[in-house]
Structure formats: C-alpha cells, structure tokens
Design a protein around this ligand. Structure first.
Ligand code: F0G
Length: 360
C-alpha cells in the first residue's frame, strides 16, 4: 500500500471563493464547513407538466449545504466575524434552519450557541440538529416573531452576538448564492423565484445580483419573485400577521425583519411578492420529490408553487430562464414527509404476500 501524499485540502467555502465581495480581511479567522457550491439542476418534468417547452427552469438546491440549508452561507460569515470581534457566544431565534446552522458553526470554533425556538412549530430534524451540535436550546411559548424580539433585546444588552439575518454579515454571505448562479449560467437568469419568511434571503440575492453586475461579472439583473405562505403573508397583505399559520413551518413568520429589503428587491427588479396556499405548497413538494427526484422541505416548495401559479397565468415569456431556490432539505421534516402514507404495515415474508403488496 502506498502512503497518501500530503496533498493540501482545497478549501471551497464561500468566503474563500468570493472574498473580494465580502467584508473580510487576511486577519479574519475563517470558520467554514465548505458550504456553498451547490448544484443548479435543470428541471425535466415541470416544463412538461405545464406545457412550457421553451422555458428553462433551474433549481438551486441549497439543501445540499453542510447543515442542509442555505443558512450556512450567511452563518460562515456571521460566526467568522463574531470570532474576529472577540465574541465567545452567539444567539438566534429560529424556525429551525438558522439554529441548526448557528449551532454547527459555533461548535466548529468552540463558541457557545443559544437558540430560541417557537414551541411545537419546528421540524424534528432541525431541532435534533441544534441539540446534537451542542447548542443550548430554549423553547419559547410564542412564535418566531416573539422569539426574535427577545433575542434582539437580550443581545443588545449582553455580550452575545446575534446571528439572525439582522446581522449584516448573514446577508453578505447569502449573496454568494447569486454569484454562483451567475458563474454557472454565464449571466443572471431572467427571473429568480424564492420563498420569503424573514425576508433576509430575497434581500441577499437581490444585493448579490446587483453587486455582481456592478463588478462586471454579469450583464443582466433578474426579476425577483418572492412567495409567502398564504397564512403567513404579511408582505402581501401589507400588515403584520399576529398568528401566522402554515405547514411550511420554516416560513411561519408574521413580521419579517428584512421587510424593507424584500420590497426593494421586488420594486427595483420589477418583480412581485405573492402568496401560495398550503395545498399548492404540498402539491409542489410532492412533485419535486416524486417527479424530479429532488427532496426539498415544504418552505422550499413554496417557491415552486409560486412559479407554477404564475406560469399558469402566462407570466413567463417564451425562451426565458428561471432559477428557483430550494432553500432546505426534505430530510429536515420527516413528520410532514410521512404524513401522506396511510399504511406502513409489514407483510408476511412470502412471495405471494409481497406480490400482493406490489399490486396494491
Ligand atoms: N426556506 C427555509 C427552508 C427557511 O428555513 C427559511 C427561513 C426560508 C426559506 C425563508 O428565508 O427568512 O431569509 O426569508 N428560515 C429562518 C430560520 C427564519 O429561522 O431558519 P428568509
């Protein structure tokens, strides 16, 4: 057996890749899990289903990040900068993905991590991630908006860094997804479709697209199309929703922190922010997995549902390109995933019994 050569491991995290666009210096300690560089997958089934043979739709599958969601792009920045500034602990409120990501990056650099989670409304996979990465999990009797207010107040008077997307480094890091899309396609797409919860991501993508164009790395800007769940659609309704409700628990948010950023993205790009119902989200969630082979979580499917809704209205012109961000992995929410199967009974270990089950 020949010994392994000592080849240096190539770092491919988003900070190293896009340093020139980010607020880091050579002194910034980079806390990375090689996040980013996620695939842009061309849809096969959706254009056929909608009879749109001349439209290309790509899925930017962010569920393949190290903790299973897009949050890792912003978290590598937020935690690296917190460490540079001398912080020893971080805190966030979360519907689940932010807390999983914060906990992982904090664990990687020996920081303490406190996460505030809305009681009963978080997907199991996300909760267990926060525990296993060693965070202190605090379950709050209230929704995400209530938890975020608490985190803002606590971190403004205690030496704990907030790593929700009100932390500007989070938004900076999340811009890198737009950069990757331009690098992969050779330019920005005509339309970008994205789910909207706390509205940090739509804000980040739009800033990212603008920055890349200003730097001469792309030539066009997309229209930004954001989608909220109908029961949690404050931006669409133009008012705070006190009791947000949706099966897409990741975006069960009634008072988004980056409300203004979302409006900017919509208005400057000539796009729109609309809502989709839980049944539209569920249809898209199942279609993605059962027809495209992509298992994304319900909140991600909200974007696809939005695309379908507007495609059926004839919104997308012939020949256009559309990128849809699939924000998180379907594995995060096993309970929702299994809710469609009414029978999981075992059969006798006999050929006839198996064949009967095959034909059932
Ligand atoms: N999709 C998923 C899977 C999410 O986890 C989130 C937000 C969004 C979409 C919406 O992104 O907030 O930037 O508009 N999750 C946050 C969390 C709120 O706590 O994990 P946004």
């Amino acid at each position: 057996m020949s010994p392994l050569k000592n080849v240096p491991v190539k770092k491919i995290g988003v900070i190293e890749r896009y340093q020139e666009f980010l607020s880091v210096s050579n002194e910034t300690p980079i806390i990375s899990l090689n996040e980013g560089n996620t695939p842009l997958i061309l849809s096969e089934a959706l254009p056929k289903e909608l009879r749109l043979s001349n439209i290309r739709i790509y899925f930017k599958f962010e569920g393949l990040n190290p903790t299973g969601s897009f949050k890792d792009r912003g978290m590598t920045m937020a935690v690296s900068k917190a460490l540079e500034e001398g912080a020893t602990s971080v805190m966030c409120a979360s519907t689940g993905n932010t807390s999983a990501s914060a906990a992982a990056f904090a664990s990687r650099c020996g920081m303490k991590c406190y996460v505030l989670i809305p009681e009963g409304k978080i997907a199991k996979g996300k909760l267990l991630q926060a525990f296993r990465y060693g965070a202190k999990v605090i379950i709050v009797k209230g929704n995400f908006d209530v938890a975020l207010e608490l985190v803002k107040k606590i971190t403004s008077t205690h030496p704990i860094k907030i790593v929700n997307s009100v932390n500007p480094y989070r938004i900076e890091g999340q811009m890198t997804a737009a950069f990757e899309i331009c690098d992969d396609l050779g330019d920005a797409p005509d339309h970008h479709v994205i789910p909207v919860g706390n509205a940090g991501n739509i804000t980040a993508y739009w800033r990212g697209y603008k920055k890349y164009k200003e730097a001469g790395r792309s030539e066009r800007l997309p229209r930004m199309l954001g989608f909220q769940a109908a029961g949690a659609a404050p931006i669409v309704l133009n008012r705070v929703v006190e009791q947000p409700e949706t099966i897409a628990t990741a975006i069960r948010i009634g008072n988004p922190a980056s409300w203004k950023g979302a409006l900017e993205a919509r208005d400057e790009s000539g796009g729109l922010i609309d809502s989709v119902t839980d049944s539209e989200i569920t249809w898209a969630y199942r279609f993605l997995a059962e027809r495209e082979g992509i298992f994304a979580e319900p909140a991600s499917a909200a974007a696809v549902a939005g695309f379908v809704k507007w495609a059926r209205k004839g919104y997308f012109e012939e020949g256009s390109s559309v990128v849809c961000t699939l924000t998180g992995s379907g594995l995060k929410d096993p309970e929702f995933a299994l809710s469609f199967e009414d029978s999981m009974e075992a059969v006798e270990p006999r050929i006839d019994a198996v064949l009967r089950a095959v034909q059932a």
